[in-house]
Design a protein around this ligand. Sequence first.
Ligand code: SF4
Ligand code: SF4
Length: 173
Amino acid sequence: MVIRTNSDRLKKYRRMIVALLASEGNHQCSVCMVNNHCELQNLAYDVGLLYVRVPYLYPKKETDASHESFIIDRNRCVLCTRCVRVCHEVEAAHVWDIAGRGIDCTIVADLNAPWGSAESCTSCGKCVLVCPTGALVKKGESVAEMEKHTEFLKYIVTARRKGEWISFENNEE
Ligand code: SF4
Ligand code: SF4
């Protein structure tokens, strides 16, 4: 069996998927706290995305700054569900869920309450660390200042697959 993972056709499809993600949200990198520390931005560079052919949707989704330490800007969310999974599977708080369908899909805290009033949140910050974009950020950081620490995800995968709760610095998998 021959498996191709990097043909011209695949590159074209990957570029289209990243373009659709970019067009669906508001991703103005120049005014984003995670500019140059963003996985979506890195993906766009990797696939050679120079322009977006489809119309931008410019959604007007809710930004919630009610939490004392963090902010969620749903306009920058790519619905990867990392926040939902890390909060449920690692922190065991299960603050986040997905509400709505299709283009109205959005991340909600505690059955659609303001994040700041979500009693289930322990303020651990894990969801903020694993969010690939500027949708979840720490308060008080300026543009391009906040770094994400998605290496934590490998630790989660090992914990789930092997039941081993090891330091993620030692996790080479
Ligand atoms: S800060 Fe921690 S407990 Fe609160 S929503 Fe994020 S992962 Fe869940
Ligand atoms: S981790 Fe970030 S981008 Fe992914 S679903 Fe949560 S808020 Fe959206």
